[in-house]
Design a protein around this ligand. Structure first.
Ligand code: CO8
Length: 257
């Protein structure tokens, strides 16, 4: 797959998707968002069981929406522009495979919103994050007002969004935004190791788990439990369940297809 602003490579079922506009700190313009959506549509046809998302260069994961591009947008296109980003990030969020955000530098505005659309975040110790939209007279438009509060709670989401300040990675760990903060040189190795573990798990069970957590999040508890029952039944009827339980009983590693 060839893109102008994304690089993709894969090995042993682990894919790495790199946002690749280092001169603009990997900022998101319409072309990048459209390429992300195309990439997500192609994922089921790729031989990939786990995806790592990162940014090119050593300075930025993604420094947000392309501010120069935004400056040229007519007011009438504002809603469509926000929706364009939301649809691309939703496609990423709904991928059937696990997705790790390897945040290697600035994750600002749309960049933080991108990371929040992945299943979880690992940050390098020199990464910085924030939602600076209020400093531009804007609000987050690619899902940030919704996903940040779901991830860290409303108080911290209010704090990050209203201050518009840029925060060091240690706060991501403290606030439960990132699952780990590691030395910059170790970031990709740590993520690849985690991806290898995920790639060895049942892809059916991971997909159903992702759906149960994501789709259940907005439901009342009893409806969420009902959803869990329905998805549990699907897992129970799967070939992976037969293999996983047989492997346990036979004291061997499961060989999930
Ligand atoms: N868009 C376009 N270009 C950018 C962006 C960006 N978001 N960020 C950096 N760049 C460019 C700079 O303009 C500069 O280019 P040039 O060399 O041609 O002048 C190059 O990248 C390097 O950047 P700096 O020289 O500024 O590097 P510094 O190390 O001095 O600063 C910062 C790094 C702190 C990251 C700084 O670049 C910065 O503040 N960037 C903007 C961050 C920001 O505000 N992001 C939020 C954008 S708004 C957003 O994401 C809204 C999402 C929802 C949109 C909804 C649509 C309707």
């Amino acid at each position: 797959m060839q893109f102008n602003n994304l690089a993709f490579e894969s090995e042993n079922g682990i894919g790495v998707l790199t946002f690749n506009r280092p001169k603009a700190l990997n900022a998101l313009n319409s072309e990048v968002l459209s390429e992300l959506k195309q990439f997500c549509e192609a994922v089921p046809s790729l031989d990939v069981r786990c995806l790592i998302v990162t940014g090119a260069g050593d300075k930025a994961f993604v420094a947000g929406a392309d501010i120069k591009g935004l400056s040229e947008k007519p007011i009438a296109e504002a809603g469509a522009t926000a929706e364009e980003g939301q649809l691309a990030f939703r496609a990423l969020e709904e991928l059937p495979i696990p997705v790790i955000a390897a945040v290697n530098g600035f994750a600002l505005g749309g960049g933080l919103e991108l990371a929040l659309s992945c299943d979880y975040i690992v940050m390098s110790s020199n990464a910085k994050f924030g939602l600076p939209e209020v400093t531009l007279g804007l609000i987050p438009g690619f899902g940030g007002t919704q996903r940040l509060s779901r991830c860290v709670g409303q108080g911290i989401a209010n704090f990050v969004t209203l201050t518009g300040d840029i925060y060091p990675a240690k706060y991501a760990l403290q606030w439960g935004l990132a699952v780990d903060v590691v030395e910059p040189e170790a970031l990709m190795d740590v993520c690849r190791k985690q991806a290898a573990t995920l790639a060895s798990r049942s892809s059916t069970a991971m997909h159903l788990s992702k759906r149960a957590i994501r789709e259940g999040y907005d439901l009342p508890l009893r409806e969420g439990e009902a959803l869990e029952v329905k998805l549990f039944e699907e897992a129970f009827a799967s070939e992976d369940k037969v293999e996983g339980i047989a492997a346990f009983i036979e004291k061997r590693k499961p060989d999930f297809k």
